[in-house]
Design a protein around this ligand. Structure first.
Ligand code: UDP
Length: 467
């Protein structure tokens, strides 16, 4: 039976996410995919810009619900414990009101990891619920084992143990996500993650922003243990697959940082040699310290390679106050925000110095760009391990006892990637992963098949509700 001929008009999917860029981006990209399969998609989040300008991005309707914090509360520099707590307290009731009063009748909810209470709201309305897991399956496995007490993890009395989990390489303390460590101080996030796994029985599908060929062993282990993890990624703009994006293009402009620098970055890259540029970005949340910025700048001064650097200065600091940035600005481009996926897919980019946020990482994998990794917290230390030890597409910077890396260390890593003895191997592995990523989402590829199964099941469910 041809399910595509069913009445798609009436299938309304509600996506619910935290308003952070690293959560909104993959959710909007999943939304685009569902729109392309004929479903109607609404995305609800607590970004106040939407309260005043309810709008549409690439065929996805955007809606606002309040997280209970004042509009002018600085969420960028917020105490995460306060932020997460308020969202957990006020999010469910405000989302319920949105659903009850909305003109669309929703057929299912898909939530990102950090809003696990959306599954309770779905149950309240009798709606099926799926989750978009926005980190690698590797992290899903670690949290699953940790919160279900399947394995021993480091404790204050036994901090140095190595953790061995099914489908994963051995992980040392510094390779585990920060929230499972005895040193974790973000207790609200830890308790929210506990709720994720407590609520997992209410989730019918976990859709992962990964692909089978990238994390085969662990995806298999997770599903063998009875979970339902379906990789549908990489969730990246179509432009990273060399296609014209008909669904809204690069979605970074959704955030308050408008991609004003888009043309500036691309025009500058057009003038550089192939694979010559070092791209530097630490995502949307990390603000580097003055000391770290000075160290990176001194490394770039020695390396004498062209660069694009997204510099997020510490609060109350002006760029002019950091003298060395003035000295190096002739050799590269210093920006506040970059059109990252367009930058990564430009042929002039040779390597990416990244904090290893999962979106950045999977975007780099899809673009075939080797990486230098400098993880900070959350899933980043484990993601970095995948880059260096599992996929072998990059190197890790060594930090000193104060938690910084110095200029010489940056130069060592850049040269190792661009010109070192393993340079050809990094490039070959990155090219191989790029090919696998493209195949996964192509017609009949592993992720394409999973999204088809999901969409067809929604259609079948909807039809039975409708009858
Ligand atoms: N991003 C961007 N321009 C920038 C920095 C980041 O477009 O200058 C995008 C990036 O492409 C990614 C997201 O913001 O999609 C950041 O998510 P990630 O998971 O890498 O890190 P987080 O910000 O959550 O730490």
């Amino acid at each position: 039976m041809d399910l595509m001929s069913n009445s798609n008009q009436q299938i309304n999917v509600l996506l619910v996410t935290v308003a952070a860029q690293g959560h909104v981006n993959p959710m909007l990209r999943l939304g685009n995919l569902l729109v392309s399969k004929g479903l109607h998609v609404t995305l609800a989040t607590h970004n106040y810009a939407l309260k005043h300008h309810s709008s549409t991005v690439g065929g996805i309707h955007l809606e606002f619900f309040s997280d209970g914090l004042p509009e002018d509360y600085n969420r960028q520099t917020a105490d995460y414990n306060v932020y997460v707590n308020s969202l957990r307290k006020y999010g469910p009731v405000n989302l319920s009101t949105l659903i009850r009063t909305h003109t669309r009748k929703f057929s299912c909810i898909i939530n990102t990891t950090f809003v696990p209470w959306a599954a309770d709201v779905a149950a309240e309305f009798g709606l099926p619920c799926a989750m978009l897991w926005i980190q690698p399956c590797t992290i899903y496995q670690i949290y699953y084992c940790y919160y279900n007490k399947r394995n021993d993890f480091p404790t204050e009395t036994n901090p140095d143990m190595t953790v061995n989990l099914p489908g994963l390489p051995s992980l040392d303390l510094e390779e585990l996500p920060s929230f499972v460590l005895p040193s974790n101080s973000l207790h609200e996030i830890e308790s929210m993650l506990k709720q994720v796994f407590h609520n997992m029985h209410k989730i019918k599908w976990v859709l992962g922003n990964s692909f089978m060929e990238l994390e085969k062993d662990v995806i298999k282990s997770v599903n063998d243990a009875g979970c339902s993890f379906w990789p549908v990624g990489p969730l990246v703009p179509a432009s990273l697959f060399g296609k014209t994006d008909e669904t809204g293009g690069d979605l970074s402009g959704f955030d308050k940082f408008e991609s004003e620098s888009k043309n500036e970055c691309l025009e500058w890259l057009d003038k550089q040699q192939p694979a010559s540029v070092v791209y530097i970005s630490f995502g949307s949340l990390i603000f580097s310290s003055k000391k770290q910025i000075e160290n990176i700048a001194s490394g770039l001064k020695i390396a004498k390679r062209p660069f694009i650097w997204v510099v997020k200065l510490p609060e109350n600091q002006e760029r002019e106050e950091i003298g060395i940035l003035e000295e190096i600005k002739e050799h590269g481009l210093l920006v506040k925000w970059s059109p990252q996926t367009a930058v990564l897919s430009h042929s002039s980019v040779g390597c990416f110095l990244s904090h290893c946020g999962w979106n950045s990482l999977i975007e780099s994998v899809t673009a075939g760009v080797p990486m230098i990794v400098c993880p900070e917290w959350s899933d980043q230390p484990t993601n970095a391990k995948l880059v260096t030890d599992v996929w072998k597409v990059g190197v890790k910077v060594s930090k000193n006892s104060e938690g910084f890396f110095d200029g010489e260390e940056l130069v060592r890593c850049v040269e190792e990637i661009m010109n070192g003895s393993k340079s050809a191997e990094f490039k070959k592995n990155a090219a191989e992963m790029k090919r696998a990523a493209h195949e996964a989402v192509a017609h009949g590829g592993s992720s394409d098949k999973n999204i088809e199964l999901f969409v067809n099941e929604k259609k079948i469910n909807f039809r039975s509700i409708d009858q």
